[in-house]
Design a protein around this ligand. Structure first.
Ligand code: KIV
Length: 254
């Protein structure tokens, strides 16, 4: 798709019902993101989600999907600093969920883990820029790589990930010009989130773009719906009908 100049569409999903609709929509890639930690479980960060919980979400998604590529995040603590554990985490995801690839956050510091996972024939997607699993190192979710030193490091990391065999790299919340430069120096596709339009594809968190989360509105987010308000209206209509005795009517009973 990169060679043809065709942009790649990617969205997150964490459960069977949403993944079924998403797959039917024609999406290219479904990411079972560790953002499930925030979106599905209400944690403040992505750090608490476990390998078992990621496998549960991933296997629910895989059961719904017939055509899209399914990529699953390796969660925090399942791959950093120990390439043997990284391989065994990736194998568990592939074996127990049936997904097609894993995604990992970081650059040269995780290369040993990336390479070991690749030896097992498991495709790896990289993730650079704002890497939420390192939020306590950054201290903030602001745009990354705004200074020259960090931008240079990010370019080097992107090259190292490609050379190690990653099939794609997510670029999160970095300046559009830098993301475009990185896209130009890589042969594998880049997928951006808050990284401008010079990348090979885009990813958003499904619940954010559907407007289910009405308290999250960063500049990079385009909301394609306002499901929060639509759902509140539906729930309130239901409550009203139950309270008034209008539901169920004669046709809605046996
Ligand atoms: O976990 C996630 O949803 C992600 C995307 C934001 C890229 O990693």
């Amino acid at each position: 798709m990169k060679m043809k100049g065709e942009k790649i569409s990617m969205l997150t999903a964490y459960d069977y019902s949403m993944a079924k609709i998403l797959d039917a929509s024609g999406i290219d890639v479904i990411l079972v993101g560790d953002s499930a930690s925030n979106i599905m479980a209400g944690h403040e960060t992505t750090l608490p989600i476990t390998l078992e919980q990621m496998i549960y979400h991933a296997s629910s998604v895989v059961r719904a999907v017939h055509r899209a590529l399914v990529v699953v995040d390796l969660p925090f603590g399942s791959y950093q600093g120990n390439s043997k554990e990284a391989l065994s985490s990736a194998i568990r995801i592939m074996k127990e969920s049936g997904a097609h690839a894993v995604k990992m956050e970081g650059g040269k510091e995780i290369i040993e883990s990336v390479e070991r996972i690749l030896t097992a024939g498991i495709p790896v997607m990289g993730h650079l820029g704002l890497t939420p699993q390192s939020i306590y190192k950054f201290g903030t979710y602001v745009v990354r790589a705004q200074d020259e030193e960090e931008a240079l490091r990010l370019k080097e990391d992107a090259k190292i990930l490609e050379q190690s065999g990653c099939f794609s790299v997510v670029l999160e919340k970095i300046p559009a010009l830098l993301a475009s430069d990185v896209t130009g120096i890589l042969n594998v596709p880049t997928i951006g989130i808050g990284a401008g339009n010079g990348v090979d594809g885009q990813v958003l968190v499904m619940h954010d773009m559907l407007g289910i989360n009405n308290d999250f509105s960063p500049r990079f987010l385009r909301k394609y719906n306002n499901l929060h308000d639509q759902m509140i209206n539906s729930f309130q209509d239901y409550i009203k009908d139950v309270k008034s005795g209008d539901f169920p009517n004669n046709k809605e009973q046996y």
